[in-house]
Design a protein around this ligand. Sequence first.
Ligand SMILES: [Zn+2]
Length: 114
Amino acid sequence: MNMNCQEVQSNIMNYINHHLNHEQTKAFIEHIRTCPDCQDELEINYIVMIGLQQLDEGEILSVDFRKKLKEDIDRRYEEARKEEERNHSVRVMVIAFLLSLFLWLLGKGIAFIM
Ligand SMILES: [Zn+2]
């Protein structure tokens, strides 16, 4: 899955609000990491969002936003990657189960015919 600039920029708020699934998150971050334009766009939105949140909660605005954003991106990319791996291994297990079930039934069928 790949995202172009337009898709990424229209999904910035979804990213910040955790509304993307892991596949989208991964594609989003992969694009962000290679595209300075979208990176800027995300940064601006992120700073505004976090800034507003902190004002709401009465926190002091002392954070290095750029660093915080980078950490956030790295963490969420890792999560999305793990999630994808897990889904993959579940799929492999289901296929293996169905295959052995099929072979078992086939064995039964042959025994029946004989
Ligand atoms: Zn872009």
